[in-house]
Design a protein. Sequence first.
Length: 353
Amino acid sequence: MPRFRAILDTMPPYRAGKAVVSADGRSYKLSSNESPYEPLPSVVEAVARAAGQMHRYPDPAATGLTEALAERFGVPAEHIALGAGSVTVAQQLFETVSEPGAEVIYAWRSFEAYPLLADLAGATSVRVPLLGEGHHLEAMADAITPHTRMIFVCNPNNPTGTVVQAAELEAFLDRVPQDVLVVLDEAYHEYVRDAGVPDGVDVYRDRPNVAVLRTFSKAYGLAGLRVGYLIAAEPVASAVRKTTVPFAVNQLAQVAAIASLAAEEELLERVEVVVKERDRVRGALVAQGWTVPATEANFVWLRLNERTLDFAEACAAEGVAVRPFAGEGVRVSIGEPEANDTFLAVAAAFPRG
Ligand SMILES: *Cc1c(COP(=O)(O)O)cnc(C)c1O
């Protein structure tokens, strides 16, 4: 048998949200924080036109998309790096800083991909427990050592939906050495309505050790096509571009992302509807007697501890797929009203404990 890296034996597999069906055939996928909307016709048309050229390699530099993003955010094109989903860009970030002994700090619980990517890159994970349901930035700063190379701040945090405020982020960044990269993972930025939450694209402008991660998968509804990006000072963006596998972002994804930026107003109207639904769902849960952290993302978090899997099972019986983290809690995406109402009915019937 071939010999593999020992780390592979200890790595938990990434568990993607899976579909469930009720006895009477209903199925709602609230497990992956996807957009509940089908793609816009203008985006589908752009992809369909590009499909006729799929025998050709994509533009390796993704020039059109890079320029569209540079214009959208008012940043130089050299400050942008693209990947097949922002999780790939995150993987590339790990590759740019990791070597034996390198430490990467992140909150826990946070995005499930971080420990996986750290293990794969050969970096050492330093997990700092959440304070309540949010980042404990002071403890994260305290965890910095001479070996620290990178820190992830997921804002809003997946899976708790909590946010870091501008003032606390700035105080934290002031404590981080210049040679440590801070990655603001803003996969859910478009859903944020709290005016105190920083926009990473403003933060990075004064801070050469700050990188912003964004994605087309959530608010822009392109999860199936895989395209995400990083915005950071030139040395950071250029290091990430060096780790890109040639032709990583396929042509249909490039075209769809450009068309989505062109249709941004329409897409952000949809986001606004999801935000209203989110507030309705959280309000209903609180009225039912649940403790639900304030959420600025397109999901809610229920800390169910040892009853987590029972709750997920109760949801599955009604055809609602949620994301359980055994022993901790359940993350439930905001979907179409019918899906949300079905979930709320399960929550209403489940003992509060
Ligand atoms: C969904 C998500 C991503 C990225 O997803 P991609 O589809 O790879 O762009 C990144 N970070 C967090 C925290 C997420 O929840």
